[in-house]
Write a protein that binds this ligand. Sequence first.
Ligand code: SAH
Ligand code: DHB
Ligand code: MG
Length: 232
Amino acid sequence: MTGRDLWAAVDDYANGHLIGEDPVLDTVLAASEHAGLLGGPISEGQGRMLELLVRLSGAKRVLEIGTLGGYSTIWLARGLSSDGHVVTLELDAHHADVARANIANAGLSDRIEVLVGAALSSMEQLVAERGEPFDLIFIDADKQNYPGYLEWALKLSRVGTVLVADNVVRAGRILDPDATDPRLGEGGLDGLRRFYELLGAEPSVTATVIQTVDRKGHDGFVLALVTGELPP
Ligand code: SAH
Ligand code: DHB
Ligand code: MG
């Protein structure tokens, strides 16, 4: 066994020991697939990692950009203490409906708010509302807008906010200016590269990339912490 088959088998082995059966999340994936929501969700292990990051940081206010069927949303919410909540942003009203049903089925409707609309507009609105900053922000919507999501995420952050951004490796296609990534659409890889540039040039953020291999192939995510004061 090599490559993706091997990565999937190791995933099954490790998750079999460390996560086990999860009928609620199995139902989320089945319902999402049934409703025609394809591609997209993070792996099981990455879900557990998000749960752990919420717990490790003691996050009470979590923001997600890109809901799809709510799979990652539910993992994030599982890490919350009883007074925490997740706000998740989704462009597609059908995706949002499926997510709300999945979230209700997981018993988490009172902890998760799904906001429908272009995430850049929703983030602008959240800034205008001048609420408390978010403690953890997970970026996972259209890669073309990752640069904008980073800028707005920083406006919604404080020193100590954790940032996570999915899909920043794309089997190494990130290195090749001539590569295309049909599943990300036109300009997806360019958006990711601009995101790296902005993140690297941002003095208030300390960041790393963790490469991953699993049944979805070779990809990776950014893990970052706001470590310095942000401009007002
Ligand atoms: N975080 C999810 C997967 C998200 S897939 C999980 O791991 O389970 C990306 C989602 O972003 C899709 O549902 C897509 O409709 C949404 N999206 C795409 N462009 C968007 C935009 N401009 N604003 C908000 N959501 C967007
Ligand atoms: C793919 C995976 C993702 O997590 C995502 O956000 C977008 C696309 C993919 O496998 O193509
Ligand atoms: Mg993703």
